[in-house]
Design a binder for this molecule. Structure first.
Ligand code: NAD
Length: 516
């Protein structure tokens, strides 16, 4: 099937096969290994996805290595031109990309449109590459000597991405990596791999030379080969914490630059003076959007003092109005989960909550959508949750919101800071001083003040602390430029013409160089 047809056929063709994209074209795998791509809304298999063999990974790395020679020498204006064209193509095909990812991921089309919009921001940021790569210049660092810094690409770099943002997270990586002059290999999630091929086709249409952007489909075996390949210089990973930790350890041991973003347990602190309706709206939107399958979802509300009962009542009232069903259907607010196994795992936290001492205030297993054949689960609310409980400790990654009640701000802060994750966090209050103190105190990489999902805009960088990120640099934005380049500092002397010659420029001096 032609890639251009993927958008229209992705929901209708039973035995479609999702291939690799190497050297500017589709490559069918002969590895003999594959996975199933489900339609989470119906519970039916909709395609097979090839799993690359080590030899196929090597083929992609070789294509990227060869393309690097020319691409790193390309003019910055040329790279910006390709990215501008890509921006236009993605913009023109927002709906198509959104429907493609809804079909494989399950999220609603409006939510998928939001995902595409946030990915587009990253392409727009990368369009500014001539400005982003400007270095520094110091004239006359010593007499007749200038010093300047340049940024150069690393070579072949790889991105390994999770199922929950099949368009946006790859766009956190490849536009900037390529703009910096690298060539790129994407290993998307095997659960929703089709968008990656469509993006590859758009890159080609935008004028990107073959081999600069490649896609290898597959599972952990493909990742292992990328991790050990000597020509892969850097790895950007986004996924769960155990995998992120292991990729960081193996990648750095193998001499690669690695940024590995992991899982999360995001808290929303509600102080007694908060705007109750605003806090309830925010908690419900941030907990149940995309069925809770976001690394920035709010999974715990820590509520301080007497506002707890009215806040919980307001949250329950809003939960009762959420419409659960297929993401393609008009008016649906929450779609299915990604697989049956994941749905059942999420439901098990609700099933076990009361035996741990929590109260199941709303049981999502009772939602009528659970009668459908897809991987549906309604929204659940667990009250009186305590930090020792499994439902608090684990990243559930589904539509389950926990309420932890705290007597004081100090206790609430201690709970949040003792949590091993530190991705996003939010505070809801009308007191600017309290918000500022929280921003100072809290151990997390991204903080929202009366904003529940503080995903930084593309001209800042995204990343958590503690077990939510392994590596030094956050992803995309200015830190992304740092990650995908290395600096070179040039110290240069050009002797002046004979008539104005500085006698100090030419003599033997065995001392250590110093500024004069
Ligand atoms: P995952 O860790 O299972 O998979 C992520 C990627 O790693 C996929 O491409 C997968 O094929 C690959 N992979 C899986 N197991 C592997 C292994 N043992 N060795 C090597 N590679 C392996 O994550 P997921 O279920 O696709 O995504 C959900 C997770 O991602 C959640 O934990 C979520 O919090 C996290 N996430 C984090 C961020 C962030 O920015 N911090 C963003 C999105 C998702």
């Amino acid at each position: 099937m032609a890639i251009a047809d993927i958008g229209s056929q992705v929901r209708t063709v039973g035995q479609r096969t999702v291939n690799h994209w190497i050297g500017g074209k589709l490559v069918a795998s002969d590895a003999g290994r594959s996975g199933i791509v489900w339609d989470p809304a119906t519970g039916q298999a909709q395609a097979n996805v090839d799993f690359a063999s080590p030899a196929e990974v090597d083929q992609a790395v070789e294509a990227a290595k060869q393309a690097f020679v020319e691409w790193r020498a390309s003019a910055l204006s040329r790279r910006a031109e390709v990215l501008f064209k890509l921006r236009e193509l993605v913009d023109a095909n927002r709906r198509k990309i959104a429907e493609m990812l809804t079909s494989e991921h399950g999220k609603t089309v409006p939510d998928a449109m939001g995902e595409v919009a946030r990915g587009l921001e990253n392409i727009e940021f990368a369009c500014g590459i001539p400005n982003l790569l400007k270095g520094g210049f110091s004239e006359q660092a010593s007499r007749g000597i200038d010093v300047y810094q340049i940024r150069q690409p690393l070579g072949v770099v790889a991105g390994i991405t999770p199922f929950n943002f099949p368009a946006m997270v790859p766009m956190w990586m490849f536009p900037l990596a390529i703009a910096c002059g690298n060539t790129f290999i994407l290993k998307p999630s095997e659960k929703d791999p089709s968008v990656s091929l469509y993006l590859a086709e758009l890159m080609k249409k935008a004028g990107l030379p073959d081999g600069v952007f490649n896609v290898v489909q597959g599972d952990n075996a493909v990742v292992d080969r990328l991790l050990e390949h000597p020509d892969v210089r850097a790895i950007s990973f986004v996924g769960s914490t155990p995998v992120a930790r292991s990729i960081y350890e193996t990648g750095t041991r193998n001499g690669k630059r690695v940024q590995a973003l992991g899982g999360a347990k995001n808290h929303m602190l509600v102080l007694p003076d908060a705007d109750l309706a605003m806090a309830a709206d925010a908690a419900v939107s941030a907990a149940f959007g995309s069925a809770g399958e976001r690394c920035m979802s709010i999974s715990v509300v820590v509520v301080v003092g007497a506002i707890a009962d009215p806040l919980i009542a307001a949250i329950r009232e809003r939960m009762s109005r959420i419409k659960v069903g297929p993401g393609m259907e008009e008016g649906i607010e929450m779609g299915p989960l990604i697989t049956k196994e994941h749905r059942d795992r999420v439901a098990s936290y609700v099933a076990n909550a009361s035996s741990e001492g929590a109260t199941v205030a709303v049981d999502g297993r009772q939602d009528p959508a659970c009668q459908r054949s897809g991987f549906f689960l309604g929204t659940s609310l667990l009250d009186h949750v305590e930090p020792g409980m499994r439902c608090y400790r684990d990243e559930i990654f589904g539509p389950v919101l926990s309420i932890v009640r705290a007597d004081t701000y100090d206790r609430a802060l201690r709970i949040i800071n003792e949590n091993p994750y530190g991705n996003g966090v939010a505070i809801f209050t009308r007191d600017g001083g309290a918000a500022r103190q929280f921003q100072f105190d809290v151990d997390a990489g991204m903080v929202g003040v009366n904003v529940p999902i503080p995903v930084p805009v593309s001209y800042y960088s995204f990343g958590g602390w503690k077990a939510s990120l392994f590596g030094d640099l956050h992803i995309y934005g200015p830190e992304g430029v740092q990650f995908y380049t290395r600096t070179k500092v040039v110290t240069s002397r050009w002797p002046a013409p004979e008539t104005r010659k500085d006698p100090g420029t030419s003599k033997v001096d065995l001392g250590f160089p110093q500024s004069r």
